[in-house]
Design a protein around this ligand. Structure first.
Ligand code: BTN
Length: 262
């Protein structure tokens, strides 16, 4: 099992650890534990997931020794409203970018939640929430970080679209150190949201590292597809796309990005 405790410098994020060798999905176990009262900041981590879940009912490849597959249980009900819960996805993406910088690695964020290198996916984030109309009970933020997967070890169906920190660096990375560094970055951003009672500085940081803003995008929405220039994200975290018929606000969906600089 992964040892990251010796590197951990946080106060509450990642302090309560639930570690398993092989489970279907850390998000599913985290949701069960959260419903039973697990404390804020609990991390559920698995060496391997047999049914890792992605967005839009996709799977997530989570082999043993290949990467970090974990979920954080958060209880921000005192300072975040249910409508803002999805912004923890953006916060998590920013925390990954900052962690990578500590390891001299640079990557970009594709709206809303993909971390890309060379146009290929390095990290996926899946945020799920339990709430009443007015108040968040808990949030589960699941992250899959491809750390030590070699090109030839990806299954053929994702080999063309996925990458790893190993592939980026050309050398393996200490997963425990990387996770501890990530948890520290995450905690800083979380405390910042609590202090500011909002996500505006997180959104600004997200904008700075975006691969989407300023580029031509095709949006695959529910029942429609359209193209335009991604101008910004607004305070809801929605993507604003300038199309021939005006500005469109995209709250959910998938986008493909074509750089205007090439
Ligand atoms: C996506 O990009 O579609 C999101 C992928 C999220 C994968 C992580 S791995 C840990 C956690 N447990 C899951 O079942 N999914 C998330």
């Amino acid at each position: 099992m992964l040892n990251f405790n010796e590197y951990l410098q946080t106060n509450f994020i990642g302090r309560n650890v639930v570690a398993r060798e092989n489970i279907p999905s850390t998000n599913d176990l985290a949701k069960q534990l959260a419903a039973k009262g697990a404390p804020n900041g609990t991390i559920v981590i698995a060496d391997e997931q047999s049914a890792g879940r992605g967005r839009l009912n996709r799977g997530w490849y989570s082999p043993k020794g290949g990467g970090l597959w974990f979920s954080l249980i958060l209880r921000p009900g005192d300072f975040v409203a249910p409508v803002d819960a999805a912004k923890f996805t953006l916060l998590t993406a920013v925390a990954v970018i900052f962690t990578m910088q500590k390891f001299s690695l640079t990557a970009k964020i594709k709206w809303p939640n993909d971390i890309l290198f060379d146009g290929k996916k390095l990290v996926g984030i899946l945020t799920e929430m339990s709430a009443t109309d007015e108040r968040i009970n808990h949030i589960v933020v699941g992250a899959g970080i491809n750390v030590n997967i070699a090109t030839e070890d990806f299954p053929p169906d994702i080999a063309q679209i996925a990458t790893s920190l190993l592939i980026m660096r050309g050398a393996p990375l200490n997963e425990g150190q990387f996770l501890a560094a990530f948890l520290a970055e995450f905690e800083k951003l979380y405390i910042n949201v609590a202090n500011e009672r909002g996500f505006s500085s997180v959104l600004n940081k997200w904008r700075k590292h975006s691969a989407t803003i300023g580029n031509e995008v095709t949006v695959f929405g529910i029942g429609e597809t359209f193209s335009g220039i991604a101008e910004d994200i607004d305070n809801d975290g929605a993507l604003l796309v300038r199309t021939t018929v005006g500005l469109r606000k995209v709250l959910a969906g998938d986008v493909s990005v074509r750089s205007r600089r090439n």
